[in-house]
Write a protein that binds this ligand. Structure first.
Ligand code: FAE
Length: 530
């Protein structure tokens, strides 16, 4: 049972301590007087704490819990299922549409005002790039398009030369896909369903332009979608729901890994728990400083949790920030490689106008779930992978939308600006110039073969170099950590999320993040939890 100890701070910020119960926690925290919050503080001891409930955190939670190890999972976002709140569609944004913003933050058409609420989509704005992330129990799985792509074997080998590629393709990738409930739409359904006209047009035009297309698996349940189509069940993907969350159909992590972990009875999920920083104690345990917030984002309680083992799964941006900020604020020792080898996974958004302009364009009603890709990865001059993306805004302006994934030519670097109290990202046009060349080549080839123009109405005259859905790297496996995610120089601190992948993986990344998390946790549990 947890011992609870309370500290109350006066309005002058001078700490007065009231201990309920006995314990050694006070002795462990490096400098309790640093606590700045003017809210009552609760202090708790825990064995294992995970910060963040995305792919890395969910895998870690399940694998520990099924071994009988009690886990506390801290998530700054809302537990949507428990809250009773509903997700909102793109054309009618509500509470779920943005993390504490008063206007929508989609990549385009942000015409909607919002109430400030702990919504599920967040955007981090840097000078030359905007990074979108998911918030809530389930992390990015709540807002993403569900594209479940296993990377090309050769590229995986190139990015991770020290990993056992054969074992990944025979074991960890199949395991990840099974647990994530990856499935593929039936060709018959895609041929007939008018919500997939955008994909049929995209594939036909790509073939005419000489490109190769591939069918892309997804975690959205296509059996459910077929029932949606026949109006036998409530619509979600066919009702414009995706980046602000899906009320039905999508096997997000709360329906897969986290559901299984919860069923063990060993998982405690604490939502609306925002970790401010961490510090290391002399006995090699960690003290976690937390603001418990309400749905307006206001701190309602201050908590200090002391954990024997700590797993950082706050996503690429979240985990980098926690390490760099904690290093600056509490002198947490961190490896010199933290913040290095950051990348946008080659993300580059682009689009075309006047696509089949006189024969119904790409379709008024579009499913939100992508199913097609253009595979041009092997090309020597212009290698890229393209997601044929839906534009489910209920407006047919004969527009086609594409999310390109390119190779990286150079990495970015993340630092922490202590004065401004925010991350600083070294990333500019020099990192994305070759991606723009690839986009120009792609659009020119498509338009020459099919008609159409570059989409001047989307992004910056058709080129979205600043749109990043796939931030990766910064705490790279085998560089800032050992080969299994143990942070260098620490015994009880692990990093398990997208930050382990050095900036690029060549396709949409969550299957790879899941597989790497499975691989790391297998070893960590075997060696460190005996
Ligand atoms: P992530 O899922 O981001 O989870 C991190 C969690 O930590 C979040 O729930 C945070 O709220 C939480 N957190 C962060 N900081 C703190 C803190 N200080 N205290 C407490 N909690 C914290 O991490 N990928 C694909 O493979 N296919 C797709 O179709 C796809 N579409 C996407 C569409 C959109 C709009 C977006 C934004 C992303 C998309 N992605 C897609 C990317 C994918 O969702 C992302 O790579 C993974 O979610 C990253 O997984 P992590 O475990 O690294």
């Amino acid at each position: 049972m947890n011992r609870k100890e309370f500290i109350q701070t006066s309005s002058l910020g001078i700490a007065a301590f009231f201990f309920l119960g006995s314990g050694n926690l006070f002795g462990k925290a490096q400098n309790p007087l640093e606590i700045k919050s003017n809210k009552p503080t609760e202090m708790i001891d825990k064995e294992v704490v995970i910060i963040g409930s995305g792919y890395g955190g969910s895998v870690a939670a399940l694998r520990l819990c099924e071994k009988g190890i009690p886990v506390t999972l801290l998530e700054m976002g809302l537990n949507w299922e428990k809250s009773g709140e509903k997700f909102s569609p793109m054309i009618n944004p509500g509470h779920s549409a943005a993390w504490l913003k008063t206007k929508t933050i989609a990549p385009f058409f942000n015409l909607f005002n919002l109430d400030k609420f702990t919504g599920t989509l967040d955007r981090l704005d840097f000078e030359h790039i905007k990074v979108w992330v998911g918030r809530g129990v389930g992390g990015g799985s709540l807002v993403n398009g569900g594209m479940a792509v296993t990377p090309k074997k050769e590229y995986f080998k190139e990015i991770f030369p020290n990993l056992d590629t054969e074992k990944f393709y025979s074991h960890y990738f199949p395991l990840a896909n099974k647990e994530l409930k990856t499935n593929v739409a039936s060709e018959e359904f895609l041929k007939d369903c008018h919500f997939y006209k955008f994909n049929r047009v995209g594939e036909e035009e790509a073939h005419k332009a000489g490109f190769k297309t591939v069918r892309v698996p997804n975690v959205y349940d296509f059996n459910y979608m077929e029932k949606e189509y026949k109006e036998e069940v409530p619509r979600s993907a066919l009702a414009g729901e995706v980046i602000y969350g899906n009320n039905h159909g999508k096997n997000s992590l709360d329906k897969t890994y986290l559901k299984k972990a919860t069923a063990t009875g060993k998982l405690e999920i604490l939502d609306l728990h925002q970790v401010n920083h961490i510090s290391q104690n002399p006995d090699k345990s960690y003290t976690i400083d937390i603001s418990v917030i309400n749905t307006k984002g206001e701190e309602i309680q201050h908590k200090i949790i002391n954990a024997k083992k700590l797993i950082l799964s706050a996503g690429t941006m979240g985990s980098i920030e926690l390490l760099l900020k904690s290093s600056a604020k509490t002198q947490l020792p961190i490896d010199e490689n933290v913040g290095k080898e950051w990348g946008n996974n080659g993300n580059f958004m682009t689009g075309r106008n006047w696509v089949k302009a006189f024969s119904g364009g790409t379709g008024f009603k579009q499913s939100t779930i992508p199913v097609g890709g253009i595979d041009h990865w092997e090309d020597k001059e212009h290698p890229f992978f393209v997601e044929i993306a839906p534009l489910p805004m209920g407006l047919n302006v004969a527009t086609a939308l594409y999310l390109m994934v390119n190779k990286l030519k150079k990495f970015g670097e993340v630092k922490y600006d202590l004065k401004a109290q925010k991350l600083d990202l070294n990333w500019d046009q020099s990192h994305t110039a070759h991606m723009k060349d690839n986009a120009k080549h792609f659009l020119r080839t498509m338009n020459n073969a099919n008609g159409g123009t570059r989409s001047h109405i989307l992004f910056h005259n058709g080129f979205g170099a600043d749109v990043c859905y796939h931030p990766l790297g910064g705490i790279v496996l085998g560089k800032a950590t050992d080969q299994f995610g143990r942070l260098n120089g620490h015994q009880n601190l692990y990093v398990i999320d997208g930050s382990l992948i050095p900036g690029t993986i060549g396709v949409n990344p969550f299957v790879t993040i899941t597989a790497i998390a499975e691989y790391c946790m297998e070893e960590i549990i075997k060696k460190d939890f005996v």
